[in-house]
Design a protein around this ligand. Structure first.
Ligand SMILES: C[S@@+](CC[C@H](N)C(=O)[O-])C[C@H]1O[C@@H](n2cnc3c(N)ncnc32)[C@H](O)[C@@H]1O
Length: 294
């Protein structure tokens, strides 16, 4: 399936790209957002990150001296820039359609592949390791926390019993097993939530996002914009909590008046239009925030 960049026009408009500005795309994917930013630069620079070899190949096709691709984890963004040097950054969280469509990457519950799910080979832990070796409690915890799966405990328990007889090897084997275990029926494929949870755990997605946002706080110039497109309530909560202006807390836990002025402004949630969702069903759960350094 072709990858449609989510909230493309809205996010690029929100970045208010300056022709000579310095920008970062933390999640190149197939370059949907990157190419649009590049088209607006004259002497400015764009540096794009991704962990995926396929993204690196795709980026190699961009012949533009304003562009640089780095195959690295975006959690390491601070190693590449000085404080107060960026005019804008964009993070489009999660997995891309081409990654899901390649069965050998192990993201799909509709096409058979190995239990992998890594965005890049620098990540040592695979989905196989988690499904076959995590404790029942840990499995239940990630299914609930990252997948918001109502039957998390039941599925975790059943997996642990089954793997004693035979280890889980492939995505279809796991997806069919989950379908048989789940008693509460839903509109979506029964494996959707568990697969999402496993992917987030394999790639330490929340931890990496947290590290990246902490770094970006320092790397942005005044007036600089950070655009975060997320697909999970945990991600959005993280964004809100990290950037909102906090009340100072007195030792006796009584909030006291905070005279310091806020450092960042966080926008309300922006969601895709009905037309976008109709054209690209993956955008259905996307939400965007614009963070401005004041
Ligand atoms: C939703 S896709 C981005 C799509 C992109 N905006 C486009 O228009 O083509 C997310 C991408 O982020 C990459 N990614 C996820 N976590 C990452 C991390 N911690 N560091 C670097 N890249 C990451 C994935 O490999 C994937 O290619």
């Amino acid at each position: 399936m072709k990858h449609f960049p989510v909230l493309l026009n809205e996010s690029i408009k929100a970045l208010s790209v300056k022709k000579s500005g310095n920008y970062v795309d933390c999640t190149f994917g197939r370059g949907g957002h990157s190419k649009k930013i590049l088209s607006l630069l004259s002497t400015g620079k764009l540096t794009s990150f991704d962990l995926d070899h396929e993204s690196e190949k795709s980026a190699a096709g961009i012949k533009n001296s304003n562009f640089n691709f780095i195959r690295a984890n975006f959690s390491e963004v601070s190693s590449f820039f000085q404080n107060s040097s960026l005019d804008g950054a964009i993070i489009d969280c999660g997995v891309s359609s081409p990654q899901i469509d390649q069965p050998e990457r192990g993201f799909s519950f509709q096409k058979d592949g190995p239990l992998d799910m890594r965005f890049g080979d620098s990540t040592s832990k695979t989905c196989y390791d988690i499904v076959n070796f995590y404790s029942e409690e840990n499995l239940a915890k990630i299914f609930k926390q990252y997948g918001e799966e109502k039957q998390s405990k039941k599925i975790a328990k059943a997996i642990c019993v089954q793997r004693e007889k035979k280890k889980f090897e492939t995505t279809m084997q796991l997806a069919i097993f989950i379908k048989e275990i789940k008693t509460i029926k839903e509109k979506k494929n029964p494996a959707t939530k568990v697969f999402q949870a496993l992917r987030m755990e394999v790639n330490s997605e929340i931890d990496n996002l947290h590290k990246c946002l902490i770094s970006l706080k320092k790397l942005m110039k005044k007036g600089g914009k950070i655009i975060v497109i997320s697909f999970h309530s945990i991600e959005d909560r993280l964004v809100k909590n990290l950037f909102k202006h906090k009340e100072k807390i007195h030792e006796k836990s009584i909030p006291i008046k905070n005279d310091s002025s806020p450092e960042f402004k966080v926008s309300k949630l922006i969601i895709p239009s009905d037309q976008e969702v109709e054209m690209n069903v993956r955008s259905r759960s996307a939400r965007m925030r614009i963070i401005t350094k004041l």
